[in-house]
Design a protein around this ligand. Structure first.
Ligand code: ADP
Ligand code: MG
Length: 256
């Protein structure tokens, strides 16, 4: 069991949605031509749920995850992430917010090649200023949780794609984030490995009671999710919530 650190806030008993965005638009400008990527997106991501953002290539998944992950700012609209109105944060506050509360898993793993698996997981903890003993213990627990205790000393170049993504998941969870975002985490993996990565994320999401959003264009992965958000051409075309969950629907936040 991984220690959850102390970053969870109770929200005074009120369930806080993991994400609440309204009327978000994003247009890229390419060679003096406007490319609309998100058109008036309004949605809620429930907290402590495993949510998939599903849509074909070019539908706006990465753009939306970048806005939710505070890597990019919306051109227009309101964005609330784990209860915080992120539009109000300065760039410095935003980087602090990201480091404390959000975790990221990438399609291409994005591990530091000169560091071992263990050091990659330890890295965000070192940046955050944790004492050596504490961060070693936590990095060890996390590598154990993703089934890679025996690969702690290996550099990413000596690991398979699936193993690299496991390291990246451990790294994303290092700071006990309240929300983890994974942009097509299985796109560079064969389908069997991809499935096992999604299963691992789901298991850890349940165990840590954190919120996860992963994007995928693979319909076979939809079954693993609690909630499915479907996006086509920058528009949300459907949201399917798993039945049987606590669901406060009077416009207030809800959670799994
Ligand atoms: P997805 O992740 O679903 O494949 P994206 O969010 O990457 O979709 O892209 C949505 C749309 O925005 C696409 O039409 C894409 O070509 C366009 N787009 C994405 N990033 C940029 C960019 N940096 N400059 C111009 N257009 C972009
Ligand atoms: Mg993408």
């Amino acid at each position: 069991m991984i220690n959850t650190l102390d970053t969870k806030q109770s929200g005074g008993g009120r369930a806080i949605a993991a994400v609440r965005i309204s009327n978000v638009r994003k247009t890229y400008r390419l060679d003096a031509v406007d490319v609309p990527a998100l058109a008036d997106v309004t949605l809620t991501v429930r907290s402590e749920c495993f949510t998939v953002l599903s849509g074909p290539s070019g539908s706006g998944k990465t753009t939306l995850l970048n806005i939710i992950g505070c890597v990019d700012r919306a051109g227009h609209g309101d964005v609330e992430v784990v209860g915080v109105d992120v539009n109000r944060l300065s760039d410095d506050e935003l980087s602090d917010f990201r480091a404390r509360h959000l975790g990221y898993v990438f399609q291409t793993f994005n591990l530091l090649p000169v560091l071992s698996a263990f050091e990659n997981v330890e890295y965000p903890l070192a940046i955050a200023g944790l004492r050596a003993a504490e961060r070693r213990q936590r990095a060890g627990e996390l590598l154990d949780a993703v089934g890679l205790a025996d690969k702690a000393r290996s550099r990413p170049g000596r690991l398979s794609g699936g193993q690299r993504q496991r390291v990246a998941i451990a790294r994303a969870l290092a700071m006990a984030p309240r929300l983890v975002l994974a942009d097509e985490p299985t796109a560079n993996l064969d389908s069997e490995t991809g499935h096992s990565i999604i299963e691992l994320m789901r298991t850890l999401q349940r165990e840590l009671r954190t919120s996860f959003v992963f994007s995928s264009h693979d319909p076979q992965l939809l079954g693993a999710a609690d909630d499915i958000i479907r996006i086509v051409d920058g528009r949300i075309v459907g949201i399917e919530r798993a039945a049987g969950h606590r669901d406060v629907t009077n416009g207030e936040a809800f959670a799994c």
